[in-house]
Design a protein around this ligand. Structure first.
Ligand code: MN
Length: 726
């Protein structure tokens, strides 16, 4: 609400100013690197102009200036200077990595990715999806902070572009970047962006407000001075020291109040806001008591965000009181530290801290937040919220027309096709990702544009069940397969019944005509002819069963043997027979049916492992991995060849042991990696000497390649020493 940081476009800002400002809070910063980044950017942007007619370099300089005001670290500031060189000057990320660092290159690449997203403001959920996608794509949260600084300067110079573009960019800013800034608690940026959005989206309202707020400015300034003096005096009586500031609220918050209450500016009384900064929490409540005893508080307007912080970690006391001359004034009371958090939010985490070695490796932001959580009490809610909000489980992809769809992690083009429409799914023959043809089992990534190719003659196949991840797609495919099976069974049932009746010198048609077929249906509790065919085609009833239910059929000498023959044939071809062969076991045992098969507990084989069967006394066959110690090499006669059944899909339990350096939050970040792919059944944690930790996870995997994917994800954590299957 306060705009104590001023981000206005500075047309004369230069690299010397940046260095000077940086030095004020970061005296041992690497100024050579900063100047190098500046020269690099200036050279790259040579000849390019902003819409304002200024040299392009003024834009990155202002972006870096904002980042310095937020007191961000060197990586962010350098990335701010370089943020447009990949997109606008064709510089390769590798070059940035070579000249500067990998981290800086990654931030710039993240920014470039976000800028490529074409966004259509269509509906609320679309904006929400987009916001999540931005977060999903920006693994390093600093990408978003630099992006906000970039957007801030573009908004600050928006008057130089045409009106259509102004509206589009302002709308996008309000839909996407304002909520992001708010969520990250960077209130100074949020307030500034909101006012700029109002200025370009509703210029009439903005300028009317600006006029009214600045009108009687000297009168208002005097009033503010009086209130500050009054407050200081009262505090002094209790020997309490505080910084007290006052100013009109930012326009957008006044505008929101006008909308919410359906009133005009004149009726909004509380346009002035005051802030008291004190040394500690006790003083906050003390100051509140003093305020409330000297000015009448408005009931229902007091809020204690110190006891219950907002989810973005904002802490403050809010109250509204009747000030001098019966004016309503809003007062915020908080400590200096809380004020810092309120202004810069999550950016405070990358703030330069005294004594920190420059260039010190930064942790993954989630890790940093996790540690932050452990140092500060009362932050559970903040953490839970920021994690659930920022850690999106899905991938966000575009339709060719620019709509955003959220899909499950690991989703494939087929999932996408079924998400669009069942018929698009059923007729899907292929997909193009960002214009290139990919296999149907391609794993979608956030930001992909997906185009589905269809064919009228296509129908879903059983293999598709192994490709899709979403339950919607799975059930649609199964539905279709069932329907196909039903049609096939109907066809087959009719065919064998026709043959059966011919044996008796009659036809299906005449048996139906005589009404006897309908009677048979009733006897079998089957609702109609079609269903009867299906029952016969599926093998539930045999042709013989049906024949026996029709007494009028005249038997001939060889009719019994002919019917038996037909029965045998039917048994072989019906769908029950088709299914039985290899549906119920994960493993196919060489040449044998109906054997009891179980997986050995000692080695927990999963599809993809080399396996052997081992005949156990009275317990059928136990399946071990080929390398399992328990298989007795001397007892070779009891081994039997087995193979994985590719038609069988089942989750297999498997144990993995992870040894890591002991670090706060490591368990939760590893768990997060695992659950992004598979379920965890149980987890066991143990501390080892030398500040190491051991975790055993029991997880459920489909096959070996899925296990590899999981272990790969775990190994990607820097702290992890080893991952083994146990
Ligand atoms: Mn830019």
């Amino acid at each position: 609400m306060y705009q104590s940081l001023d981000f206005s476009h500075e047309r004369d800002l230069n690299i010397d100013d940046l260095c000077r400002r940086l030095e004020s809070y970061y005296p041992d910063a690497d100024f050579t690197m900063l100047r190098k980044a500046y020269s690099f950017a200036e050279k790259a942007h040579t000849g390019q102009k902003r819409s304002s007619g200024e040299d392009y370099i003024i834009h990155p300089i202002n972006v870096a200036g904002t980042l310095i005001k937020l007191k961000l670290d060197m990586d962010s500031i350098v990335a701010g200077l370089l943020h447009d060189v990949v997109e606008d000057c064709g510089i390769l990320p590798e070059e940035i990595e070579k000249e500067f660092s990998k981290n800086i290159a990654q931030i710039v690449v993240g920014l470039t990715k976000i800028s490529k997203i074409k966004f259509k403001t269509k509906e609320e959920s679309q904006a929400e999806n987009f916001r999540k996608m931005v977060v999903a794509m920006a693994k390093d949260l600093r990408v978003i902070i630099v992006k906000l600084a970039d957007r801030m300067h573009n908004m600050r110079t928006l008057q130089y572009v045409n009106e259509e573009k102004q509206k589009k960019i302002a709308k996008e800013t309000l839909d996407i970047y304002v909520p992001l800034a708010s969520r990250l608690g960077i209130n100074s940026v949020k307030a500034e962006l909101e006012d700029l959005c109002l200025r370009f989206l509703h210029p009439d309202i903005y300028y009317r407000l600006a006029e009214k707020v600045t009108m009687k400015k000297s009168e208002r300034d005097t009033y503010i001075k009086d209130v500050i003096e009054h407050i200081q005096e009262k505090l002094l009586e209790y020997s309490l020291k505080a910084d007290v500031k006052g100013r009109p609220k930012h326009f957008y918050s006044i505008y929101k109040k006008m909308i919410a209450r359906g009133v005009d500016f004149e009726q909004i009384q509380d346009v002035l806001a005051f802030r008291l900064n004190v040394s500690n929490i006790t003083e906050c409540y003390k100051a509140l008591g003093i305020i409330h005893s000297s000015m009448t508080p408005i009931p229902g307007r007091f809020k204690d965000y110190i006891a219950i912080p907002k989810v973005n970690n904002y802490q403050s006391l809010h109250t509204t009181v009747i000030g001098p001359k019966a004016n309503r004034i809003e007062i915020q009371i908080r400590t200096h530290d809380m004020d810092e958090v309120a202004e810069t939010g999550v950016a405070a985490h990358w703030k330069y801290k005294e004594g920190m070695a420059s260039g010190e490796a930064r942790l993954d932001w989630v890790q940093e937040l996790l540690e932050f959580n452990q140092n500060v009490e009362n932050n559970n809610e903040f953490m839970a919220a920021i994690k659930s909000d920022l850690d999106v489980g899905g991938v966000f992809v575009f339709t060719p027309t620019g709509d955003v769809r959220e899909l499950r992690y690991g989703a494939t083009p087929l999932d996408f096709a079924y998400a669009v429409h069942t018929e698009v799914g059923n007729k899907c023959v292929g997909a193009k990702i960002n214009g290139k043809i990919v296999p149907l089992k391609y794993t979608l990534k956030s930001g992909d544009t997906v185009e589905i190719m269809t064919s009228k003659t296509q129908t879903p196949s059983k293999d598709w069940l192994a490709i899709v991840r979403s339950s919607r797609a799975k059930s649609k495919i199964k539905q279709h397969l069932l329907k196909i099976e039903r049609d096939e069974n109907k066809e087959l049932g009719r065919e064998v019944l026709e043959k059966a009746f011919r044996v008796f010198g009659t036809s299906l048609k005449s048996v139906i005509k005589s009404g006897e077929f309908a009677k048979a249906c009733v006897e079998f509790s089957v609702s109609n002819e079609d269903d009867m065919y299906i029952q016969v085609g599926s093998g539930r009833y045999s042709p013989k069963d049906v024949i026996q239910a029709i007494p009028s059929l005249k038997k001939e000498e060889d009719s019994d043997s002919k019917i038996d023959e037909l029965d045998t044939y039917t048994k072989k071809v019906t769908s029950t027979a088709r299914k039985k062969s290899n549906k119920d076991n994960a493993v196919i045992v060489d040449g044998m049916d109906d054997l009891m098969v179980r997986m050995a507990r000692c080695c927990n084989p999963i599809p993809g492992d080399g396996i052997v069967g081992y005949i156990t006394r009275g317990r059928g066959i136990t399946v071990h991995t080929a390398v399992c110690d328990r298989i007795d090499a001397g007892d070779i006669g009891r081994n039997i060849d087995v193979d994985w059944n590719t038609e069988f899909s089942f989750k297999h339990p498997v144990n993995i042991r992870v040894i890591t350096h002991d670090k706060p939050g490591i368990l939760s970040s590893i768990s997060k990696s695992i659950t992004s792919i598979v379920n965890i059944r149980s987890a066991l944690a143990k501390s080892l000497p030398d500040r190491k930790g051991s975790f055993i996870f029991e997880i459920e995997v489909k096959d070996y390649s899925e296990l590899l994917k999981v272990t790969g994800m775990i190994e990607a954590h820097e702290e992890v020493i080893s991952v083994t299957r146990v």
